[in-house]
Design a protein around this ligand. Structure first.
Ligand SMILES: [Zn+2]
Length: 393
């Protein structure tokens, strides 16, 4: 609060200085009978607000009273930006719109104000108005074209207009901001996921190739390509793709397991699934892999083997989900009082597990049960991963 007040005061001083210089300039050119009393009145009203600790009212008075000239334009822009950063986007719009209407602005100044106005509209949620201003700036191809294009990509991302976002990207933009490649791959993945859902396989394949071209390390595009192969009746190709994921990023192994199981089911090779899972578990001892292995063994009526595997791995790396599943396996063999005790324990582990987040953003710490490819909090792509440790993997 104190910092904001200081910034406000500094801006007010800057505005007042701009006014004073403007007045002095005017006086040199044209002696000012008449106009001074009105401005002076506003000036002192503003000062009065300041002294009464009403900086907002003071700013309003100064903005209304002070003329825009070459000395004050930067301050007016900064003032609008300050309003926006305080969450007062409607006031930011007023300040910047007031500036934008001035015919005396140079082309460069006008573009700057237009860009800030687009930012204000975005902050106010008026995305269509922001879009119009940004497209104009991009088409004008002036000094701020690159910055405007970047903001336009961000806007299309917010609107989930993935196709438009991709077509706004340029190589120059990628050079300017390399992490955009990762985002671009996810835009293409979003389109591919939609195409897969509608069973438009050839469109999905094209979109996934585009995702690979943007970012060859994109795990999501590998997973979607594997799903595409599976839906197209090529389970072997799906498995080959899925087994690349541990090399791309082992953190996403839990995410690929269901597709792996589905692929081996389509092949009707349950024993090969067991072998693949055992190999995976050796190198990547995730609880999800262990549970998937135990579940596969149980489906083949190998309860005892599943129990031994669980017991062995839990001794080396214990996890809450593992213990819960182990109790479940013991329950199949138990009877009488032993069964009652195990049921009590099972209820407790279930309670501990309920509503436990399974994923966490590596960038901002946001936690969720489901996997989001874009963090809903910090909006980073591919930053959410399964939680590890006793309470996770
Ligand atoms: Zn985040």
């Amino acid at each position: 609060m104190l910092l904001e007040l200081i910034v406000f005061l500094l801006l007010v001083v800057a505005l007042a200085l701009g006014w004073w210089m403007g007045r002095r300039e005017k006086r040199r050119r044209l002696p000012p009978p008449g106009s001074l009393p009105q401005l002076s009145q506003d000036y002192f009203t503003g000062l009065n607000y300041l002294l009464n600790e009403q900086p907002d009212a003071a700013i309003n008075t100064f903005v209304r009273a002070l003329e825009v000239n070459s000395e004050t334009i930067e301050t007016h822009i900064a003032l609008g930006n300050l309003f926006r950063s305080r969450g007062e986007s409607d006031r930011a719009v007023r300040v910047h719109q007031n500036l934008f209407a001035r015919p005396s602005l140079t082309k460069e100044q006008s573009e700057r104000v237009q860009l800030e106005l687009a930012r204000d509209f975005m902050a106010a949620g008026l995305l269509d108005r922001a879009e119009r201003l940004l497209i104009e700036l991009v088409e004008q191809n002036g000094k701020l074209a690159l910055e405007s294009r970047l903001l336009l990509v961000d806007l299309f991302e917010r609107e989930k207009e993935w196709y438009k976002a991709i077509h706004t990207l340029t190589n120059e933009l990628f050079r300017h901001k390399p992490p955009l490649r990762r985002a671009a791959a996810h835009y293409a993945c979003e389109l591919a996921a939609e195409s897969l859902q509608q069973r438009h396989f050839s469109a999905a394949r094209k979109q996934l190739k585009q995702a690979f071209a943007f970012d060859s390390g994109c795990v999501r595009s590998t997973l979607l390509m594997a799903q595409l192969e599976l839906y197209s009746g090529n389970p072997k190709a799906a498995i080959r793709l899925l087994l690349r994921i541990p090399e791309q990023d082992a953190n996403y192994i839990p995410t690929m397991l269901q597709t792996l199981v589905d692929a081996y089911q389509q092949l009707n090779k349950p024993q090969e699934l067991v072998e693949t899972l055992e190999k995976l578990l050796e190198r990547h001892p995730f609880t999800s892999v262990l549970l998937c292995l135990a579940e596969t063994l149980c489906q083949q009526n190998q309860h005892q083997l599943a129990l031994e595997k669980m017991d062995y791995h839990m001794r080396h790396q214990v996890s809450l989900r593992g213990v819960d599943y182990l109790i479940d396996l013991y329950l199949h063999q138990a009877a009488g009082a032993e069964r009652t005790h195990l049921l009590t324990l099972h209820n407790l582990t279930q309670q501990l597990l309920s509503h436990k987040p399974e994923h966490q953003c590596q960038s901002c710490g946001f936690q969720s049960q489901q996997l989001y490819w874009q963090c809903p909090k910090c909006r980073q792509w591919g930053s959410i991963q399964p939680i590890k440790g006793v309470e996770g993997e």
